[in-house]
Design a protein around this ligand. Structure first.
Ligand code: NAP
Ligand code: MG
Length: 413
């Protein structure tokens, strides 16, 4: 890699407090290093608390490093994470693992009790599938319970399907009949907790205020008069108790509507809002939005905890197929945009918390330099396929793309 001309340390922008840096796997690990060396380290004097979540080191430490990384975010408040492999049977063989370690993101989410927000990166020459979506629609997905933690029964024949709750204090069980089966069928039981819904609500209000965007929340409480209604109540109580005044001051609003009404309205909206949704709605709607906005590599993700800790990352994985090409010595046209925006998001947040406007300003310059690069027609293969008009230039390799951004960034410094 060509060495950048580094400024002297005393001339660099000082990031006041520590950032937790979480390294990862495969092609994103390669791009991570490139982004750091070419776009960040030449300009920033940062104190990075580094955790290597590359699969090899997770295995060596029996995954302790993931727990350490989560604790570091709790200590310092802001972290940035590269994509990581979630091991499966193939990976156990490939990396000769001691165990099938848990998904690092699941571990981090559980430790920080966080909610994941996903937002698209918009550029002028990639038109959204829905033409009025000119501003980002951010999805806040509740990542606990419902159908993702269910129990199901294949009902073999006639009989009674019941819902039973048995109190731990020895009190009377509560039961109700779900259905009197006359023949074969299916049964499902799902749950959620006030605590988890409350954390979700807090995280959504925190994020909407942080981004200064309206918050929409939608469920089906006209049909689900206890279950979905509880979500609505918890959001409403949280809003009135802790956020109403802050929202009014910031000039943003909290808006509840039915999920089907929200879907209809979203199609006509221009964006620039946070849409909070239950687990299943979030699973489905985030994929729809991701594809409508162009490419997986143009989707950022941030984990926000109810205590106000922030962890930024790309929404995509480690881009395994590109990595295998890279290992064979081939150059790839992998897109580092979401990784760059994970860094800029984390730097902006660090700067806001530290009250260092020069760091916030650098984050903006980094984003602008990246967006302008794509808008000038220099882009990776994934974007070239969806750009309008399709640029005359051919796709560039990752390193050429990062170099082009570095050149634009240099001009702004
Ligand atoms: P992926 O890394 O998201 O990539 C899937 C496909 O999407 C790629 O093959 C590529 O398509 C395209 N793509 C994604 N990111 C791209 C980028 N930055 N630039 C260009 N194209 C991009 O998913 P995967 O290959 O199925 O998963 C690989 C590993 O990632 C798995 O081990 C999984 O556990 C892990 N994962 C981690 C996270 C995380 O840490 N947050 C999230 C998801 C998955 P083409 O091949 O057509 O070019
Ligand atoms: Mg999905």
């Amino acid at each position: 890699m060509k060495q950048m001309q580094h400024m002297k340390t005393q001339d660099k922008i000082k990031v006041k407090n520590t950032i937790v840096e979480i390294d990862g796997d495969e092609m994103t690990r390669i791009m991570w290093k490139m982004v750091k060396e070419k776009l960040l380290l030449p300009y920033l004097d940062m104190d990075l608390d580094y955790y290597d979540l590359g699969l090899k080191y997770r295995d060596e430490t029996n995954d302790k490093v993931t727990v350490d990384a989560a604790n570091a975010i709790k200590k310092h408040g802001v972290g940035v994470k590269c994509a990581t492999i979630t091991p499966n049977k193939d990976r156990i063989k490939e990396y000769n693992l001691k165990e099938e370690w848990k998904s690092p993101n699941a571990t981090l989410r559980a430790a920080l009790d966080g909610t994941v927000f996903r937002a698209p990166i918009l550029v002028k020459n990639i038109l959204p599938g829905v033409r009025n979506w000119t501003k980002p629609i951010i999805i806040g997905r509740h990542a606990y319970g419902d159908v993702y933690k269910n129990q199901e029964i294949r009902v073999p024949g006639p009989g009674k399907g019941e819902l039973v709750f048995t109190p731990s204090d020895g009190g009377q069980p509560i039961r109700c009949t779900i259905h009197e089966f006359k023949g074969p069928g299916i049964l499902q039981g799902i749950h959620n907790t006030d605590k988890s819904i409350g954390s979700f609500a807090k995280a959504c209000f925190t994020f909407a205020l942080d981004q200064k965007v309206n918050l929409w929340f939608s469920t089906k409480d006209t049909i689900s008069k206890t279950y979905d209604a509880r979500f609505r109540q918890i959001f409403q109580n949280e809003y009135e108790k802790n956020w109403k005044t802050k929202f009014e001051k910031a000039g943003i609003e909290y808006f509840y509507t039915l999920i089907d009404d929200a879907v209809a309205r979203i199609m006509k909206a221009e964006g620039g809002l946070l849409w909070a949704v239950k687990n299943y709605d979030g699973d489905v709607m985030s994929d729809m939005l991701g594809s409508a906005y162009g490419s997986l590599a143009m989707m950022t993700s941030v984990l926000v905890s109810p205590e106000g800790f922030f962890e930024y990352e790309a929404a995509h994985g480690t881009v395994q197929k590109h990595y295998y090409k890279y290992l064979k010595g081939e150059k790839t046209s992998s897109n580092p945009m979401a990784l760059i925006f994970a860094w800029s998001g984390c730097l902006r947040k660090r700067g806001e918390l530290d009250k260092t406007p020069e760091v916030v300003d650098f984050a903006k310059k980094l984003e602008d330099a990246s967006l302008e690069t794509i808008e000038s027609g220099i882009m990776t293969g994934d974007l070239l396929r969806v750009a309008t008009p399709s640029p005359k230039n051919k796709q560039v390799y990752t390193e050429e793309f990062v170099d082009a951004i570095a050149k634009n960034l240099q001009k702004k410094m």
